[in-house]
Design a protein around this ligand. Structure first.
Ligand code: ATP
Ligand code: MG
Length: 226
């Protein structure tokens, strides 16, 4: 890794609030993020954590408006505009929700997508370059990252099959072609190489129960074995 990229990686840190944790889930459409988040929330609530689930873009009224602006757009948005919209929603989410809630001990924030989605979608699939996305995150609060990120990795065929079964109307990104989705997988793989300590890659093609057990054991290590 060259020095510039190293410097860009080293600018990131996780919010430090004793007893509270920030977790994100990543992966392409149909990877199982939303399904697993429901189960992990239940598990952590049984362990007496206050669990707050957020989604990106969104999670604040400002962020939800930006979400609609992007995901319902019928026209192509320039990738630079896209990247800045996601960063705007993220900055607002971090300061108005994440940092405030984490200050309360025993809180777990679970975010359905975060910075790695921007690295994969805008950095790689939309060709802006990972370095440019990292640079956009060099100012507080965007330099804050989760303590752990679970990347549920599935291949394109699994994603398409699950989308077919789900049979929902396709949004702005879902309606793009297969080469876009192949680049997304490359982007996520690249992000997990850059952030080796933070991102745990989990085989999302396994059964829901198998994925859940793997996640639970990773979460136990993070929350209870330190
Ligand atoms: N491990 C699994 N095996 C088989 N089917 C699964 C598995 N995980 C999730 N599914 C199914 O695949 C579909 C997509 O799952 P889910 O909505 O959790 O994915 P997602 O990552 O949140 O997708 P999106 O990015 O589109 O929100 C759902 O119908 C879900 O029931
Ligand atoms: Mg989902």
């Amino acid at each position: 890794m060259d020095t510039i990229e190293n410097t860009l990686i080293n600018q990131f840190r996780s919010p430090a609030f004793p007893g509270s944790f920030f977790i994100s889930f990543e992966g392409i459409e149909g990877a199982g993020k939303s399904s697993q988040i429901v189960k992990i929330k239940e598990y952590l609530e049984e362990k007496n954590f206050n669990v707050i689930v957020l989604r990106e873009p969104g999670g604040t009224s400002f962020g939800e408006k930006l979400r609609q602006a992007i995901l319902n757009s019928e026209k192509d948005i320039h990738p630079v505009a896209e990247a800045h919209l996601f960063c705007s929603a993220r900055a607002q989410l971090l300061t108005s929700v994440v940092l405030k809630e984490l200050a309360e001990p025993n809180t777990v924030i679970i975010c359905d997508r975060f910075i790695d989605s921007t690295l994969a979608y805008q950095g790689v699939a939309r060709d802006l370059g990972v370095d440019n996305i990292l640079k956009m995150h060099s100012i507080f609060p965007l330099n804050l990252v989760p303590h752990v990120t679970f990347y549920l990795r599935i291949d394109l065929e699994t994603s398409l099959e699950r989308q077919r079964m789900r049979n929902l109307p396709k949004d702005y990104f879902e309606s793009r072609d297969n080469s876009f989705h192949t680049k997304l997988i490359e982007g996520y793989d690249l992000a997990s190489d850059l952030f080796k300590d933070r991102i745990k890659t989990i085989d999302g093609s396994k059964t829901t129960d198998e994925v859940y057990l793997k996640l639970k054991s990773e979460i136990d290590q993070l929350l209870f074995e330190k």
